[in-house]
Design a protein. Structure first.
Length: 259
């Protein structure tokens, strides 16, 4: 039997049974029961002194005290309580082994009972009516065309159906484009703000932050409104510095990704 990882030591029972032992006898007794548990079998009498690390002379003095905890059978020392504990551990291990084998066998039988899918079989049968001739197909196609709503003359593709679900959050687009409508809004609502500088601060902050938003345009507008409020508070401050003029000649511009 392989060495067990641990043994049960009933401390209260041990102390109650060994109160009369000396320190030397305690050490010898523990070495004996540890060896008993690790080997899983009784201890041969010739090996007792060697296991306790005692000389033959000292073992003769200790043997009388320790002999009361063991029964000598066939020139071996047998410990009844350890034998019961070993038997319980063996029974538990055998149950686990049997359960594992039964589980493996059940999985094996289940795999055998499952029918194998044919590689040439259709997953879904397709039925073709016998009276489906070319004329019927053309009439069906014309009916589908009549029921299809016409495309808008201004749209190259049909307009997508409205999505009832809320917009999903995403990271800041790269690059973050500032359109003409956005610049017009900034000129009306945040005239004291240096648009290029504040937008660059906005991009650096949110790209470094790694946050996600459902509407980045609204977040950008709120950022500029906050910057406008800060600018209004600085109007009465001494040594106010004016913002450099902004070149608004281009229709659109975009911030390159900040590395």
């Amino acid at each position: 039997m392989a060495a067990l990882p641990y043994m049960q030591l009933y401390v209260a029972d041990y102390l109650a049974d060994t109160m009369h032992l000396t320190t030397e006898e305690h050490g010898a007794y523990l070495l004996l029961i540890f060896n008993y548990w690790q080997t899983g079998k009784p201890i041969p009498v010739p090996r007792l002194a060697r296991i306790t690390r005692l000389s033959n002379e000292r073992w003769t003095d200790v043997e009388r005290s320790l002999g009361e905890f063991f029964n000598e059978r066939d020139n071996e020392w047998v410990h009844d309580r350890i034998e019961r504990d070993l038997e319980a551990v063996r029974a538990t291990q055998e149950q686990r082994i049997a359960a594992g084998k039964a589980s493996a066998e059940a999985r094996k039988q289940s795999a055998k009972s499952r029918p194998k899918a044919s590689s040439n079989a259709r997953s879904t049968p397709v039925e073709i009516p016998l009276n489906e001739n070319a004329t019927n197909k053309e009439e069906k196609r014309e009916e589908e065309i009549r029921q299809t709503p016409p495309l808008s003359p201004l749209a190259e593709n049909p307009a997508p159906a409205p999505d009832p679900k809320p917009k999903r959050k995403s990271r800041l687009p790269e690059p973050f484009n500032v359109t003409g409508d956005m610049r017009k809004w900034a000129a009306d609502r945040a005239p004291a703000v240096h648009l290029v500088n504040e937008t660059e601060k906005f991009v650096n902050y949110w790209r470094g932050n790694g946050s996600t938003k459902a509407d980045w345009i609204a977040t950008w507008r709120n950022w500029l409104l906050k910057a406008q409020e800060d600018a209004n508070r600085r109007v009465t401050a001494p040594h106010r510095t004016s913002n450099p003029p902004l070149d608004m000649s281009s229709t659109d511009w975009a911030l390159e990704p900040i590395l």
